[in-house]
Structures are given as structure tokens and as C-alpha cells.
Design a binder for this molecule. Sequence first.
Ligand SMILES: [Zn+2]
Ligand SMILES: [Zn+2]
Length: 201
Amino acid sequence: MLANVTLDIAPLLGPALGGDAATIEREASRRELDATALTQLLDLALQPFLWEAAAQLGTLTDMDRWDRGYCPVCAAWPALAELVGPEKKRVLRCVRCGTAWSWLILLCPYCGNDDHRSLRSLQEEGGAQRIDVCERCHGYVKAVQSYAATSAVRVVAEDVATLDLDVAAAGAGYKRPGDVSVEGAGIPRLVREGRALRPPG
Ligand SMILES: [Zn+2]
Ligand SMILES: [Zn+2]
């Protein structure tokens, strides 16, 4: 039976946007609701606003200049990377708001590791998909080939359609995100050292 609960979610949208899990769990238990279900409900309620915000921000600023591994709009970790065009430019995608930002191939978005000896790909022979893994933080990012960066809605579908890659990555001992310290999360080594991630231009 479906419970019929009238829920004023407006005061919870701020904590949901900021990823404040403790506040949402407290409110869920106060209202005798399942915390996971409440979190998903809040994320769904936020999604149209995040899509709109991301679309507007995308026209104001060049997202490709963003030099952190988390989303410049909503601070979520990327759900996957698209390998765009014949040159397979790696573009990280946020499934929460749809934002796209380009990223180096040999760079872990979670711990900022750029040592090629500890970065590799798990890939089926001749497959159009792969899983990029980092041996330092044990994080992984799914990667799918794409002709052009796809819409926010397509990214949600793509994330669901590649759940087998999440299962394979978890089975091999990798997680999303990897193990990262709060201070260093998402900051590439070069940026931590005060240097530019990419040459200008
Ligand atoms: Zn986002
Ligand atoms: Zn890493």
C-alpha cells in the first residue's frame, strides 16, 4: 500500500542541493520516512532546476576551463565520461544536472593522480565502452563513445544503460568516487601545486 503523506519539501531542498545527508536523515526519521527514498525524491524535485541552471551557466562561462574533478554547477562527482569524436576527447558528465566538462585522459577526477603507471583501463576487446580506473584511490569512471556531447536527459539514460560497467567495476574492487580526503577531493596534482591543468588557448 502506498502511504499518503503530505510533505513540505521546500525546507529540505537546500540541504539536498548541498549534499547534507545528516540533515535529510534526521528529517526522514522525524517524519518516519525512509531516508534513501526521501533523498531520491528530493533529487528528482531538484533536477529540472539543476538542468536549467546548468544550461544557463553553460552559456555564460566556458565549462572546459573547469579544473576540478567534481561538477562545476552542483558539485556531484561525474557519472561517466563521454569519449567524443574521432579524437576521443574525454568529457566528464554530471548525471544530476547534465553539465559537461572536458578532462585529461590520464587524470583521476577523484584524487587528482596523473601518474600513468597507476592509471589504466578495463576494456573488452574491440568494445565501445571501457572503465578507467585509478590504483591510487581505487576509483573508476565509466567511459562511452559518443559522436557529440549528449543532452542532460540522454546522460541519465546512458548512466542506466551502462549499469553493467558499474557492476564490473565493483566486482574488480573499484568504487565511485575513490577513497579521497575531504581537502584534496577532486583537485588535480598540478592545480594543488598552483600550476595550470591545460595550456592556455
Ligand atoms: Zn552537476
Ligand atoms: Zn584516483
